[in-house]
Design a protein around this ligand. Structure first.
Ligand SMILES: Cc1cc2nc3c(=O)[nH]c(=O)nc-3n(C[C@H](O)[C@H](O)[C@H](O)COP(=O)(O)O)c2cc1C
Ligand SMILES: C=C(O[C@@H]1CC(C(=O)O)=C[C@@H](OP(=O)(O)O)[C@H]1O)C(=O)O
Length: 384
């Protein structure tokens, strides 16, 4: 079982994640994890904080000579801007943040809850996801994320071919759309406003059979939605066609099934091909071998330089919401975060389906189940 817990405050000394369930025998490629951390720090529209932080991973346990042992792996990131004890209490809670509800719920000041609620935490969650993706990489599963839309401006659709190359920059590849998006972010900043957007993640190479139809909490789509909604500021998740499916007749939603014998021997789908992928790679909570497509809506940043209306908590008088500094747009970062939390969840489902005590046994059990599936398909008529 692959699981993780994170700890740490935005301006505390460090962020930590303990990841349990990474198979023994995985080369812990720090450069890959650091690259994901660097991608998360990038993207147009970020505030001053990213200039202060240089996220590099420390691996404190679960490794011997750079290779995983099967024991829990501790991931740690240092906060350069560690000034928690020197920070003041915000006078007026910011709408769209945990400030009001959290400080009432936990009976603390606003500072205590906002420090943990901050999306700074996503840095170490990306590290955990990137670590899990090292396992996926070993068995030919790739995860790719990009910005589909920002501030209402559609980025040009990436072709599946580009998507699976897993080597693209943080967001759109079209200079015209980039220019329009950059201009929109600049205009929002000028106006003291902020922008949100839509990000998409595509997973390729998944074997048939991750997740299950038998219980709601084992459905792969439910698990992915939970993981993605767990990212700060994500307000909607779609799998495949998502909400668009509700607007179409069934004949325009259901993906036909074809059999192409020439592919039977050489792939994880046993020759079954779907000319469309409206289901986004998951049917009945189970991966069907097609690319898994997850989209997420990120709301615009709630902290406004123009300071939205709020209340001074001590006097209850009207007061503009507290403002120190903030991102104007973090959609490109959200794309990297969603990509990595999806990667983590896919790895978790994979390691439940197959034996994940070591990389060798993961490979061996994947191959054994594949061979068994093929044999059973060849003798379909004998099924009970
Ligand atoms: C990468 C990233 C960066 C963020 N940066 C900021 C920020 O600078 N200022 C801000 O007010 N909110 C920021 N947010 C959003 C808040 O963390 C989030 O809205 C807040 O914790 C409340 O949670 P909720 O929106 O999920 O309800 C960011 C979110 C992400 C994913
Ligand atoms: C630190 C990060 O994002 C932070 C997320 C965040 C929030 O409220 O979520 C608020 C800002 O914090 P600060 O006020 O310290 O600048 C962002 O910079 C990060 O992504 O690494």
């Amino acid at each position: 079982m692959l699981r993780t817990l994170t700890a740490g405050e935005s301006h505390g000394s460090a962020l930590t994640a303990i990841v349990e369930g990474i198979p023994a025998g995985v080369t812990l490629d720090r450069a890959f994890i650091d690259r994901e951390l660097e991608r998360r720090q990038g993207g147009y529209g970020r505030g001053k904080r990213q200039k202060l932080e240089t996220d590099r991973i420390f691996i404190d346990s679960g490794t011997f000579k750079g290779v995983s042992t099967g024991a829990p792996i501790t991931l740690r990131l240092i906060n350069n801007d560690a000034k928690l004890e020197r920070l003041s209490e915000p006078a007026a809670p910011r709408g769209g943040h945990v400030d009001l509800a959290g400080s009432i719920s936990y009976q603390t000041g606003i500072r205590q809850v906002l420090e943990r609620a901050s999306a700074r935490e996503t840095a170490v969650r990306v590290a955990a996801g990137a670590l899990a993706r090292l396992v996926l990489r070993e068995v030919g599963i790739t995860v790719f994320g990009y910005v589909a839309e920002l501030g209402g401006i559609a980025a040009p659709p990436l072709s599946r071919d580009v998507a699976v190359r897993d080597a693209s920059p943080v967001y759109t590849l079209n200079p015209e759309a980039d220019a329009a998006i950059v201009a929109a972010i600049d205009a929002a900043r000028e106006a003291g406003d902020t922008l949100g957007g839509v990000v998409e993640t595509i997973v390729t190479g998944c074997p048939i059979g991750l997740g299950s139809h038998v219980q709601p909490d084992r459905r792969l789509d439910a698990r992915l939605a939970c993981a993605v909604m767990g990212v700060q500021a994500i307000k909607g998740v779609e799998i495949g066609l998502g909400f668009e499916a509700a607007r179409r007749p069934g004949s325009k939603v259901m993906d036909p099934i074809r059999y192409e014998p020439e592919h039977d021997a050489d792939d994880r789908r046993y020759g079954f091909r779907r000319p469309s992928n409206n289901a986004g790679g998951i049917e009945g909570g189970t991966s069907n071998g097609e690319p898994i497509v997850v989209r997420a809506a990120k709301k615009p940043i709630s902290t406004l330089a123009s300071r939205g209306p709020s209340i001074n908590m001590a006097t209850k008088a009207e007061s503009p919401a507290t403002y120190e500094r903030s991102d104007v747009c973090a959609v490109p970062a959200a794309s990297v975060i969603v990509e990595n939390v999806v990667g983590f969840e896919i790895a978790a489902a994979l390691l439940e389906r197959f034996d994940g005590s070591s990389l060798d046994s993961l490979r061996a059990t994947m191959a054994a189940v594949h061979a068994l599936n093929r044999e059973k398909l060849d003798h379909w008529a004998e099924r009970p």
